[in-house]
Design a protein around this ligand. Structure first.
Ligand code: PHE
Length: 337
């Protein structure tokens, strides 16, 4: 018996496993139910007397050896499968398509929306082709009033009696929102707007605005200031702001808000024309006439509105010098964002 065990030991020690096939042969030959080890254990059952203990130990030792060798080889084998998988991975086609990036205007718009969403504003949208009522009349632009010329409008040829135009501002969405919902209303209105302006590095015939509207009981100018101050601190960092009186037909009082950039760098000096201040938005308290036009009781409710151009803020943020670059679909330009 001992001889047989020693013989098996020798075989194990000299058995060379160098691939998965050999490993399987090894398993069948030594470890399976019909293998040589099982044979020896079967014979062992018939042994009795003083020898049994010693033989049992030897048998267990050889089993241990067989298993160790098997496990070692198995590990090698499994790492080699990983390797071979890797090689077959290399034959997979590489991704041939570049993933696009979001447009800088989209990035800035989303950033602005997020800031206001964090203080309870929702987002509303409206059509880009607007009727006269939503773009002008409801917003307190009197018929034939020169205020309509403030925003050089693209009118649309139409045979119907209703006049249509490409919206000149997203304030038209204010009107739709007020007509269709009850206060409190707290919403942002982002979108593309169109004006028949001379195209230059600083202005285009279309651009993007985000407008905000808050209507509730007892909304004051202080609420407007604080909200805009919060926005500036989140978007630009802590900066001084100032309000200058202005005029819009749909707000009273109206103001323009500037942020202080300073004149330390050449760019800031140029942008602010040497004053350090840059205008970034128009705002004001919603005119009671506008509330009335939208069937909201101005005795009970008041509200503020503000509107800013996303394009200019994007140019400011990324240091883009020419507004037209953003719409030439030049991949080299767009890839940077
Ligand atoms: N609609 C104005 C514009 O396009 C901006 C504005 C919005 C001003 C809301 C006041 C209140 O210039």
């Amino acid at each position: 018996m001992i001889e047989k065990i020693n013989h098996l030991k020798e075989k194990i020690e000299t058995y060379n496993i160098s691939n998965s096939e050999m490993l399987e042969n090894y398993r069948l030959k030594f470890l399976s139910k019909k293998g040589e080890l099982t044979e020896l254990f079967d014979a062992f059952k018939l042994i009795s007397g003083a020898e049994k203990k010693h033989i049992g130990q030897q048998l267990n030792n050889v089993r241990q050896e067989i298993e160790n060798k098997f496990n070692e080889a198995k590990e090698k084998f499994s790492t080699s499968t990983k390797k071979s998988n890797l090689i077959s991975d290399l034959s997979l086609p590489i991704s041939a398509f570049k993933i696009g990036s979001s447009h800088p205007i989209t990035n800035v718009k989303n950033e602005i929306l997020q800031i206001f969403e964090s203080i309870g504003f929702s987002v509303a949208k409206g059509p880009e082709i607007e009727d006269d009522w939503h773009n002008f009349s409801a917003l307190n632009f009197p018929e034939n009033h020169p205020a309509r010329d403030m925003q050089d409008t693209f009118f649309i040829d139409s045979t119907s009696s209703e006049k249509y135009a490409l919206r000149t501002h997203t304030s038209s969405v204010q009107v739709r929102l007020m007509e269709n919902s009850k206060p409190p209303i707290r919403a942002l209105m982002p979108g593309r707007v169109y004006r028949n302006e001379a195209i230059s590095a600083r202005s285009n015939c279309f651009f993007h605005q985000v407008e905000g509207l808050y209507i509730d009981e007892a909304v004051s100018f202080a609420d407007l200031k604080q909200t805009l101050y919060f926005f500036v601190s989140q978007f630009f960092g802590e900066r001084e702001i100032r309000f200058r009186p202005s005029y819009f037909p749909f707000t009273e009082p109206s103001a323009e808000m500037d942020i202080y950039l300073g004149t330390a760098t050449e760019q800031d000096y140029r942008l602010t024309k040497g004053t350090g201040w840059l205008e970034i938005l128009g705002c004001g308290m919603v005119d009671p006439n506008v509330l009335l036009n939208c069937k909201i009781d101005p005795e009970k409710y008041s509200g503020y509105a503000f509107g800013m151009g996303i394009d200019r803020i994007t140019m400011l943020k990324y240091g883009i010098k020419d507004i037209r670059q953003m719409f030439e679909n030049d991949i080299k330009f767009l890839e940077q964002f």
